[in-house]
Design a binder for this molecule. Structure first.
Ligand SMILES: Cc1nc(C(=O)O)sc1CCOP(=O)(O)O
Ligand SMILES: C=C1C=NC(C(F)(F)F)=NC1=N
Length: 541
């Protein structure tokens, strides 16, 4: 049977391994149970099998796959694939070169290739559409299945970078599966975060070995994976992610409701932040009727995350050890409580870029907030930004809107770009994800974006932790809201509140000292008064 290549369903790709079978299970029984529960393509991968045994297994498994009308791919052994007329072969970087493989198996067989680096995509592009039909991108997470791995885990962001390389080289004929350490507890995040920056491509499937082959019940394991793939929704926060791109732009109406909820629910806002911000941020949080805790103790992050109405603010200006920050991100993601990420000084030094990229790859954030420099760098604009300054260091508004949307989409988050104008874009897509299917019809919609303009407040730049404390404000509103509220609207309300308090404070301050005191006072007062009186102008784009 010859499969029509561009109709192959890569969505749930089982790669076999007979060395991890549980007691009483056989290669045949595990594959059969998996096929009965949604596996869409099978690869026979038996690194240590003798050829005779391998061929016997291949013939058995081939009959099984034919019963379910599922393609059978042979790993590495081109001779065995030819001998049994398998549907295709999969080779790694150190196996037989692709042009030779293609010459041996002919044009109609499926040829798969392991890819771990963007430069391997360059080679793929040079060969053109007649060689590789799909690539296995990995490893995503650490795995014990692959012996002496030469690659380190790339995370969902690493997969996205490979997808970007495919798009940048116009390799639209090649399908993709992610592989390496994939299990039900991390697959939704992989599916949600693995997208090319232009939104035109996600992965075509996920590939597992041990999740099914080592399972006591391979059928249940396959079913769980199938359901996650078909579910199409990643509930990373227990607020109401909204798919609609039309928002109720009368933000001041629901801002009043939000502030009442914060006052009532008194959220616990855990700050992992820099030393300068700690004191001021705690006072800002208290002014907002919320309860700050500046804890950096790894052993207590789980307890804090489980406190009702908890929220986490990660401000990477801090010197907190990476493992503590990662543990906190994991703890809040696990209980689906909101996390605000503030990549302080993102473009300043390589150290900070590496630190922030590591943290951005380690979880899912409800909001990513930065100043123009940080947002432009996160969007990958900073290099191209030379000479497009509108005037004295202020960037062109359209560039900032585009960069904010890029960050929102790339990190699947509500992105905030602060400056004279504040830009807020919603890249969460309502928590939805979908596999690519080769049709490439998914084009990045213009994400919802608003501009909060309240005039320039020069004094904001003259006090410490003014930007960081917007993070405290956003975390307070996200933490205090009821679960039927929407993160984007909550973040917009927080920016309006903070911006207006800043404007009011600057009107009556003699200098930066009184300004920082007045900022707390005005926040305190605005928080307890009707937003209809003080809400600044908002422009919906
Ligand atoms: C076969 C294979 N290739 C990888 C790559 O990175 O190319 S990782 C891997 C093993 C994946 O096994 P598990 O699903 O048990 O983690
Ligand atoms: C090393 C491998 C990497 N990826 C894949 C697949 F997921 F199938 F593409 N199979 C392999 N054997």
């Amino acid at each position: 049977m010859v499969f029509i290549k561009n109709e192959v369903d890569y969505s749930l790709y089982l790669v076999t391994d007979s060395t991890m079978l549980p007691e009483g299970k056989t290669l045949y029984s595990q594959v059969e149970d998996a096929l009965e529960n949604g596996v869409s393509i099978v690869q026979l991968r038996e690194k240590d099998a003798e050829t005779k045994i391998f061929i016997q297994e291949a013939i058995e498994i081939q009959k099984l796959c034919q019963k379910f009308d599922v393609p059978l791919i042979i790993n590495d052994r081109i001779d065995v694939a030819l001998a049994i007329d398998a549907d295709g072969v999969h080779v790694g970087q150190d196996d037989m070169p692709i042009p030779m493989v293609r010459k041996l198996v002919g044009p109609n067989k499926i040829v798969g290739w392991s890819v771990g680096y963007p430069q391997e995509v360059e080679q793929l592009a040079q060969w053109g559409p007649d060689y590789v039909d799909y690539i296995g991108i990995g490893m995503v997470f650490p795995t014990d299945t692959k012996k002496n791995p030469k690659k380190s885990p790339m995370g969902p962001r690493g997969v996205a970078r490979i997808l970007d390389a495919l798009e940048n080289h116009g390799v639209d004929w090649c399908r993709t599966v992610a592989i390496g350490g994939l299990h039900p507890d991390n697959i939704s995040r992989v599916l949600y975060q693995c997208n090319s920056g232009n939104g035109r491509r996600s992965i075509d499937g996920i590939s597992v070995v041990s999740d099914i082959m080592a399972a006591k019940n391979a059928g249940t394991a396959a079913k769980n994976l199938r359901d996650l793939l078909d579910k199409g929704y990643y509930s990373f926060v227990n607020l109401q992610l909204s798919i609609s791109t039309i928002y109720d732009v009368d933000f001041s109406s629901h801002t009043k409701r939000f502030l009442e909820q914060v006052a009532k629910n008194r959220p616990l806002v855990q700050h992992i932040t820099n030393k300068v911000h700690q004191n001021f941020g705690a006072n800002i949080t208290l002014a907002l009727g919320s309860s700050p805790i500046m804890s950096e103790i790894k052993e207590e992050v789980n307890d804090l995350a489980h406190v009702p109405h908890s929220a986490l603010l990660v401000n990477t200006g801090s010197v907190t050890p990476l493992d503590v920050v990662k543990a906190a991100i994991e703890a809040y993601n696990c209980v689906r409580r909101p996390i605000v990420f503030d990549p302080v000084g993102y473009s300043a030094t390589t150290t900070r870029i590496v630190l922030n990229n590591t943290l951005l790859a380690s979880g899912q954030f409800t909001c990513v907030k930065g100043n123009t420099g940080e947002i432009l760098s996160l969007a990958g604009f900073s290099g191209k930004m030379r000479g497009v300054d509108a005037h004295d260091g202020n960037f062109d508004k359209d560039i900032l809107i585009q960069a904010t949307r890029e960050v929102a989409f790339r990190f699947r988050t509500v992105a905030v770009c602060t400056g004279e104008l504040d830009f807020i874009a919603d890249g969460t897509l309502g928590g939805t994800y979908s596999l690519s299917d080769g049709t490439r019809d998914r084009v990045l919609e213009d994400l919802p974006c608003v501009v909060v303009s309240n005039g320039s407040i020069p004094l904001m730049g003259d006090i410490t932790a003014s930007g960081c404390s917007l993070g405290s404000t956003i975390a307070s509103l996200l933490g205090g809201a009821n679960s039927d509220e929407n993160p984007f609207e909550l973040v917009v309300a927080a920016v309006m509140l903070y911006k207006e308090a800043g404007r009011l404070a600057s009107l009556i301050s003699e200098g930066s000292g009184s300004f920082s005191v007045q900022l707390i006072d005005k926040l305190h007062n605005c928080f307890r008064s009707n937003p209809r009186i003080w809400a600044p102008k908002i422009e919906t784009l």
